[in-house]
Design a protein around this ligand. Structure first.
Ligand code: SAM
Length: 358
């Protein structure tokens, strides 16, 4: 059987088959792959694209990931941290614009203790009970993840970055591959909708490594999958590296849709940074989420993970309408609801998590 047909019909392939497909991706195969991915997305989620309001709450970071512009050792990064009231104000602005998911993202900033974070999540859920809270704040102890879930956090994004132990260890000095993978599994056990994901075009990354990423996703079945091109940053040890391409990233997005059909997959900002139509192309290749920025413009430029990040000067209301136009241009419509993973539909989850699900 043709490998693409097999992928579509069985939602699985062997490592060897994935590598073979990745190494022989003709324009014609790509077109078929994207078409199958879009059809699968439509089967599970219709033509709706979910909007999340992203709030970049701090760019302080204790880590030193070799690729990341906000790594702790970048002495030229201008650091900022939003207070609880500033974060709540962003949520209020987002809520008024219709958002019903807030994604709080930061470097690994330990200033936000367990208590501060629990207080923050509790307050957001009190003020906006029909909104979902997604956290993307990196590695913490399990007691903190537990407490945040009990406080009402619904989802947690923690990209695995690369499923290759060897690459992971090269890129993340002082961090542990087993810790990262162990935390992802623990987050699932706790009850979060969990997001994993990886970068495409990392130095030393080969088709075999990407196949391992895809097979990890297939086995782990995350509720969300974030995939973006690696984009070099001038203040990092990887500044001279080439970086990933839109074309390659789209292929990996489409594969992910077919291997994990129920996943919520964002059309990432990194794709929009490399190409003006990068996010639209991702939506046509199986992605179904966008994450416009609600961070106050004053701080946006400082959250520079990679060079030339887009939309740093745009007000939330502008981002909201700009993204809506882009979504509509792909034949999809905006869904401003919570946008839970279909596996988390109300009858399947505990009553205290059901408020506001749609
Ligand atoms: N600290 C949290 C964590 O570890 O999950 C969340 C923030 S982290 C800055 C968000 C994501 O940005 C990372 O998971 C990584 O994949 C991505 N990222 C960082 N530097 C990047 C770069 N140079 N190019 C593309 N993506 C990058």
């Amino acid at each position: 059987m043709d490998l693409l047909q097999k992928l579509d019909e069985t939602n699985s392939l062997t490592k060897e088959e994935i590598v073979r497909l990745l190494k022989n991706m003709t324009a014609e195969k790509k077109e078929k792959l994207f078409d199958l991915a879009l059809k699968t997305r439509t089967r599970y989620y219709g033509n709706r694209v979910f909007m999340r309001g992203l709030i970049e709450i701090s760019n302080y970071c204790r880590r030193n990931c070799l690729y990341c512009g906000i790594r702790g050792m970048n002495a030229n990064a201008e650091r900022y941290r939003l207070s609880e009231s500033e974060i709540l104000e962003c949520c209020q602005d987002g809520y008024n614009l219709g958002y019903r998911t807030f994604v709080l993202q930061s470097g690994e900033d330990m200033w936000y203790t367990k208590e501060i974070l629990v207080g923050l999540v509790t307050r957001i859920k009190q003020l906006f009970p029909d909104a979902a809270v997604t956290l993307s704040i990196g590695e913490r102890d399990i007691a903190t993840y537990d407490a945040l879930y009990k406080a009402g956090a619904d989802r947690f994004l923690l990209r695995h970055e690369t499923a290759s132990r060897e690459l992971y260890e090269k890129l993340h000095p002082g961090m542990s591959y087993d810790d990262r993978m162990g935390i992802l599994r623990k987050l699932k056990q706790i009850g979060y909708q969990v997001g994993a994901g990886f970068m495409v075009g990392l130095p030393g990354q080969k088709e075999e490594h990407l196949a391992e990423d895809l097979l990890f996703l297939k086995e782990f079945q995350p509720e969300m999958i974030g995939i973006g091109p690696f984009i070099p940053h001038s203040e990092t040890p990887l500044k001279e590296e080439k970086g990933g391409t839109v074309e390659d990233t789209l292929v990996l997005v489409a594969f992910s849709r077919l291997l994990v059909p129920e996943a919520l997959i964002p059309a990432t900002t990194a794709l929009g940074t490399l190409s003006p139509t990068g996010r639209e192309q991702a939506l046509m290749a199986g992605a179904n989420v966008v994450m416009p920025n609600l961070t106050p413009t004053l701080f946006r430029e400082k959250y520079d993970l990679y060079e030339n990040k887009i939309c740093t000067g745009d007000e939330p209301a502008h981002c909201r309408s700009c993204i809506e136009r882009r979504i509509n241009s792909t034949g999809s419509i905006v869904d401003l609801g919570r946008g839970d993973n279909v596996r988390f539909i109300p009858e399947k989850i505990s009553p205290d998590k059901m408020i506001g699900c749609n």
